[in-house]
Write a protein that binds this ligand. Structure first.
Ligand SMILES: [Zn+2]
Length: 423
């Protein structure tokens, strides 16, 4: 999640406490009694055979050749064929401009597969690019096991790789897709709304938020390719969605494929990802869309309370209170301080509410959005030398831009809470 030379995009939980609902897409299960597979020492010819197989697979996917695509899969396993048919169908809907696989001369432990035969699991990386959504190709690790069937290698199992932070909305359940200028949206086929509807709402929210944030320095001025992923597929960064404080959605950059250790690694896309276990907030809630898009175009060199408070403010909560009215008594009794980056999100919604109050108090009572953006643009220069924590610059930045102290801001934030209607 780090942007080299800049602060991380810290996008922790948006709104806490959501019930687990939708499950992940179903993938083939392990057989109850797996046949034993003898250990196998792969030869260069085996690696080459798998490379050739995956070349055919990628070409078939790009050419819409379902028979060719499925010919790369073990024909004996119906569940595997079903899974692969869905992936093929998903790929057909997405605006893929390229798809390929890189097979490295490294062998993983093969997965058990349903059929006997020799198993082989070289390290395979999938490289793909989508029109409008990706500026350059992106790479994803895969978890494929190949099985030798009738003297040739075929895909025997294809699983989501156990890594964090990847975006393969095509890998999993069936999806619907809509594509606009510099944006692709992908949503569950039986999701709460259609892809075209979601695309229209994303475009609208993008226009509003870009206008709000046009004065932000360092923000992306040009076309930022966006992938709005409202599917249950893919895996967001870290533990974003893990516990009861799981975020409604998360926004993160995906690096371009290329040399790993450059100082500035260009990004291929910004992914706005729905929480698959939080009832598709992104798909149905414009407030969540605006919140996430404010992270795309908003200030970066500021503490998290500024980023998240501004995102909440610009999300345009109903009556300007988001859901914080429910917690009014709790908020009033809470320790009066701005949340730190270090412990951000540990208290879930409370951190967002305090940040929202602080930013809204500044904007509403001290010179509006334009002045607040100036404060954000200026913030960097007030971070104490040697400190990597932007919070250390809060007091100084407030004095310089607003002529107030951090203590006064905190008092103002709690005044703002006082004025919330009680729940
Ligand atoms: Zn956020």
């Amino acid at each position: 999640m780090r942007i080299p030379g800049r602060s991380p995009i810290r996008l922790g939980p948006l709104l806490a406490v959501m019930l687990l609902s939708a499950g992940c897409a179903e993938l083939p299960e392990l057989p109850t009694a797996a046949p034993t597979h003898p250990p196998y020492e792969a030869t260069p010819a085996d690696y080459q055979a798998v490379r050739d197989l995956l070349d055919r697979r990628a070409t078939a996917a790009l050419q819409g050749d379902e028979t060719g695509f499925l010919a790369t899969v073990d024909p004996r396993v119906e569940k595997l064929l079903d899974q692969q048919r869905t992936i093929f169908d998903n790929l057909q809907q997405l605006p893929m401009t390229s798809l390929s696989y890189r097979v490295k001369d490294v062998q993983n432990d093969p997965d058990e597969v349903r059929n006997d035969g020799v198993l082989f699991a070289p390290k395979v990386v999938e490289v793909a690019q989508m029109e409008q959504a990706h500026r350059t190709p992106v790479s994803h690790p895969t978890d494929m096991t190949f099985v030798r069937h009738q003297d040739r290698w075929v895909v025997g199992r294809d699983r989501a790789a156990p890594v964090t932070r990847y975006s393969r909305p095509w890998f999993g359940g069936p999806v619907s897709v809509a594509v606009g200028r510099s944006v692709a949206v992908v949503i569950e086929k039986d999701g709460p709304t259609g892809a075209d509807d979601l695309l229209e709402r994303v475009k609208k929210a993008r226009t509003v938020i870009k206008a709000d944030l046009k004065a932000v320095q360092d923000a992306e001025k040009g076309k930022v390719p966006l992938l709005v992923d409202a599917t249950n597929n893919g895996k967001p960064p870290g533990d974003t969605f893990d516990d009861e404080h799981g975020a409604a959605a998360v926004t993160y950059r995906v690096d371009a494929v290329g040399p790993g250790k450059t100082i500035w690694k260009p990004f291929a896309t910004i992914v706005v990802k729905d929480n698959p276990v939080a009832s598709n907030r992104l798909a149905i809630d414009d407030r969540t869309l605006r919140h996430e898009l404010s992270h795309v175009y908003g200030p970066i060199l500021v503490p998290t309370w500024v980023k998240e408070g501004l995102a909440e403010h610009l999300s345009r909560c109903e009556a300007n209170i988001c859901d914080e009215d429910e917690d009014r008594e709790e908020l009033l009794a809470h320790e009066r301080a701005l949340p730190d980056d270090d412990e951000w999100g540990e208290e879930g919604a409370i951190d967002y509410a305090i940040s929202h109050a602080a930013v809204s108090w500044l904007i509403e009572e001290h010179g509006g959005l334009a002045k607040f953006i100036e404060f954000c643009n200026d913030f960097f220069s007030h971070r104490p030398q040697g400190s990597t924590d932007y919070n250390d610059g809060t007091d100084e930045a407030l004095r310089a831009s607003y002529g107030i102290t951090e203590k006064e801001l905190v008092a103002g934030a709690w005044d703002w809470f006082e004025r919330l209607p009680s729940g």
